[in-house]
Structure formats: structure tokens, C-alpha cells
Design a protein around this ligand. Structure first.
Ligand code: 5AD
Ligand code: SF4
Length: 447
């Protein structure tokens, strides 16, 4: 891969692991690459550039990165001009060590260096091996807003980055740095641009969106930002994630009753239903406080769907602690949960806590939790049968182009028959059947 200024279109193979922050960073990478004549390919074998955007939140995610990277060794041998880069949280955490571990790797770049991708490629082209893992405490105006590659009906918009919470199990504050918000004017400008290109739904993302605005001179908070976004003409739906339960205050809760574009879904990770575990996790709320926030939300928005993240097998988690989590899911009746076995992460407090839970017991608890949640999810989805819901059509199925799928405002996946031309449209669908992870419907009309 010699010159980047020539006109020949180059191909990039990009694989994204992990959370929506990485999805959004990958979009930025693609936007930058598009500007220097790269197109995306699904085939690493034909790529001029291979990028992995990585996750280190649990050990399993990290190991997957190493095995994937290993697969590209032969490709590099066959074509020395191929450039291979690793971005994201594993890159940030491992830095130089990654280059040592993988001699066929050219670029290691952390989440704060995504906007420098172009210059990093030039350095790699000139034969250097590059590490870019500096964490910065400010955000430059040109770092975000490069979403040139997204052309769909929905988009992620980063409103802040980093995290100051230091939950005792979590590596994120170490690899994504301190919390910092983007000025609201830039966010609004970015969303208006997306809407002008046909985007109907935005998801405002950050590790902890409820503390948006802290540290900004403009004296703005998250509820005010939501109100401003709600006012953007042409935009139809707003979502946000992730929220920290300690920061779900009344003004935000009232947004659900007041802002017509704000979708009736909240991802509110509880992590555990036991107060003693929550305390050791450094989550700064109790189960009672959490349940009272849920009640306040449901009082205002009775149909709101709720999802959560739950960790089982946190150090010292007793049978009683686990029972408290099971009891909490009965009380909340989440629409869906993401559940994980505790995975000790380097540098975090929980990794060194006493009474680490046996792997077998973690497996057992995870299974019990997931089985019960499947039943609850199914019951909740059956409740949709007969209802008419608004669906934003996302695409046809690979096998059958007349089989469409999309999301309700409450974030349920709906499958139904319809013409592929409806992709990107809002349609009204009557639900005929609820399954654990999706709903089946019949289209009534274009909304
Ligand atoms: N072990 C297991 N799960 C974790 N998560 C974060 N860190 C860990 C860890 N060390 C989970 C939390 C978080 C989600 C993104 O990942 O539930 O909300
Ligand atoms: Fe990790 Fe806690 Fe920050 Fe979420 S709020 S990113 S779980 S430290």
C-alpha cells in the first residue's frame, strides 16, 4: 500500500468488537477512510487495510481479538504491502506490547486517536510501526462529526467520552480516560447533518450520558440537550445510552412524558440486586433506590421497556446475594437483559478482592438467571400480540428480500412481510406473535 493520494480505490476490512462506543468509533474510521478513497470489503483476503476495533471489558472479548489477529498473519506474509491496525480498548491497554506480541501488526491506536487515522496510515505506509495511545483531556472540534460513511436510517452520535465512575470491576475508565462532554452546538450540528442525509433515528451515546454537560462552560445538562435534539426538524426518534442509575434524576424521568421523539425504552444497568454487592461494585445506589427510579419511570411512561446489564459471580457474591438479583428481575420484569460472568480485569479493584467465585458456580448462576429472563422476555413479548406499533424498517432478510425487519420505539425487533423499498421508512405493524427475542407482525400502512 504505497501512495494514498493515487486514485485507485483501496479496500478496508473493518471488524468491530464490543459496545456502541466502538460502533460509533468505527463509523468515524470509515468516514475518514472514505475521504482518502477507501471502500469497505467483507473479505479480508482482498483488503489493502485490515482494522480491528477491539474490546477489553471482559477477558473473553480480549482473547477473541488475539485469535482474530492471529488469523491475519498468513495474509500479511503473502502480501507485505497489507497494513494491519488494531484500535479500541485492547489497543489502548496493551499499547507497545501488542506490537511485540504480533510482529505482523503495523498500527496500534486507542480510542482518543481515531481522528488521527489518516496520519497513522501515512506513517505505516512509510514502513514505520506506529503506537498512538495518548489519552487527552480535551476534545478538538474535528475529532467527531466525521460520520461520512453512515447512510442508513439511524445513527449513533457520541455526546461525551470517558468515565469517572470507577465501578470496581470495570476497565473502561482506564482505557477511555476521564469523562468529557462535547459542546451541544457541535452535537446539534452533527445531528442536523445526519437528518439532511435521511437519518430518522439517533442514539446519543456515552459511557454515562446522564452526567452530560459537567465541565462544559455552557451550563447545560442532559435533559436540556435532549430537549434541543427533540426540536430538530425531520428527526423522528431519539434514544440514548448508557445511563447510570445513580444519575437518573426527576428532570430526565419527566423527559419521557414530555418529548415526543424520545423512544419509550431505557437501558438502565443494575449489575446486581444485592446491596452488599452493589456497595463493593462502587455503584453508589441501593436496590431500593433503583426500584424507586423504575417505579417513577413507569408512573410517567407505563409502557416503557427496560433493559439491563447484570454481572453474576462478583467477588463475595453469596447465594443470598444472587437470590437478591433473581428477586430484582422478578420485581422489575425487564424486557431483556445482557448478563455476564464476572471477569477480573487488570488494574481494577475487584480483580484483587477476596472470595473470588468459582467458575462453575458462575456458570450455574448465569444459566439460572438467563433461563428465568427468557421466560419473562417471552411473557412481555406475548403482551404485544394484537397491538399496532410503529416500526422503523431497517432491512430485508438476506434470504428473502420481502421479509423485512425493524425496531419498535420500545426497541423490540419486529419481522414482517413488505417491499424492500420500505427500508428507512416508519410503518405501522400489527403484532401477531411474540417470541423471546422478536415479534412477528403484519404491516398495516406506511406511517
Ligand atoms: N466482568 C463482567 N462484566 C463486566 N462488565 C463490565 N466489566 C465487567 C467485568 N469485569 C459488564 C457490565 C457493563 C457491561 C458493558 O459489561 O455489566 O454494564
Ligand atoms: Fe464502567 Fe461503571 Fe463507567 Fe459504566 S459507569 S463504564 S460500568 S466504570
Amino acid at each position: 500500500m504505497e501512495e494514498r493520494s493515487d486514485m485507485r480505490e483501496k479496500l478496508v476490512f473493518l471488524e468491530t468488537f464490543g459496545c456502541q462506543m466502538n460502533d460509533s468509533d468505527s463509523e468515524r474510521m470509515l468516514g475518514i477512510l472514505k475521504g482518502i478513497n477507501f471502500a469497505r470489503t467483507d473479505d479480508p483476503g482482498s483488503a489493502d487495510l485490515i482494522l480491528l476495533n477491539t474490546c477489553t471489558v471482559r477477558d473473553k472479548a480480549e482473547q477473541k481479538v488475539y485469535s482474530t489477529l492471529g488469523r491475519y498473519k498468513e495474509l500479511k506474509k503473502a502480501r507485505p504491502g497489507l497494513i494491519i491496525g488494531v484500535g479500541g480498548c485492547v489497543a489502548q491497554q496493551q499499547g507497545e506490547k501488542l506490537l511485540k506480541r504480533a510482529p505482523h501488526l503495523d498500527i496500534v491506536f486507542g480510542p482518543h486517536n481515531v481522528h488521527r487515522l489518516r496520519e497513522l496510515l501515512l506513517e505505516a505506509d512509510s514502513g514505520q510501526r506506529v503506537v498512538a495511545t495518548r489519552l487527552t483531556e480535551t476534545i478538538d472540534a474535528d475529532e467527531y462529526g466525521v460520520t461520512g460513511s453512515s447512510s442508513g436510517e439511524k445513527a449513533f452520535v457520541s455526546i461525551m467520552r470517558g468515565c469517572n465512575n470507577f465501578c470496581s470491576y470495570c476497565i473502561v475508565p482506564y482505557v477511555r480516560g476521564r469523562e468529557i462532554s462535547r459542546p451541544s452546538s457541535e452535537i446539534i450540528k452533527e445531528i442536523k447533518g445526519l437528518v439532511s442525509r435521511g437519518v430518522k433515528e439517533v442514539t446519543l451515546i456515552g459511557q454515562n450520558v446522564n452526567s452530560y454537560g459537567r465541565g462544559l462552560h455552557e451550563g447545560i445538562g442532559f435533559p436540556t440537550l435532549l430537549r434541543e435534539v427533540n426540536g430538530i426538524e425531520g428527526l423522528r426518534r431519539i434514544r440514548f445510552m448508557t445511563s447510570h442509575p445513580k444519575d437518573i434524576l426527576d428532570p430526565l424521568i419527566s423527559s419521557f412524558g414530555e418529548l415526543e421523539k424520545l423512544c419509550e425504552h431505557l437501558h438502565l444497568p443494575v449489575q446486581s440486586g444485592s446491596n452488599s454487592v452493589l456497595k463493593r461494585m462502587n455503584r453508589s445506589y441501593t436496590r431500593e433506590a433503583y426500584l424507586s427510579r423504575v417505579q417513577a419511570l413507569r408512573d410517567l411512561s407505563p409502557g416503557i421497556s427496560l433493559t439491563s446489564d447484570i454481572i453474576v459471580g462478583f467477588p463475595g457474591e453469596s447465594d443470598e446475594d444472587f437470590d437478591a438479583t433473581m428477586d430484582l428481575i422478578e420485581k422489575v420484569r425487564y424486557d431483556a437483559i445482557f448478563s455476564f460472568k464476572f471477569s477480573p480485569r487488570l488494574e481494577t479493584k475487584a480483580a484483587d478482592m477476596p472470595d473470588q467465585v468459582d467458575e462453575g458456580l458462575k456458570d450455574k448462576r448465569l444459566l439460572i438467571l438467563q433461563e428465568r429472563q427468557r421466560e419473562i422476555s417471552l411473557e412481555k413479548n406475548i403482551e404485544y400480540e394484537g397491538r399496532v406499533v410503529e416500526v422503523l424498517v431497517e432491512g430485508g432478510s438476506e434470504k428473502n428480500h420481502e421479509r423485512l425487519s425493524g425496531k419498535t420505539r420500545s426497541f423490540k425487533t419486529v419481522k414482517f412481510d413488505g417491499n424492500e423499498e420500505l427500508v428507512g421508512e416508519l410503518v405501522q405493524v400489527r403484532i401477531v406473535k411474540g417470541y423471546v427475542n422478536s415479534l412477528i407482525g403484519e404491516m398495516i400502512e406506511k406511517g
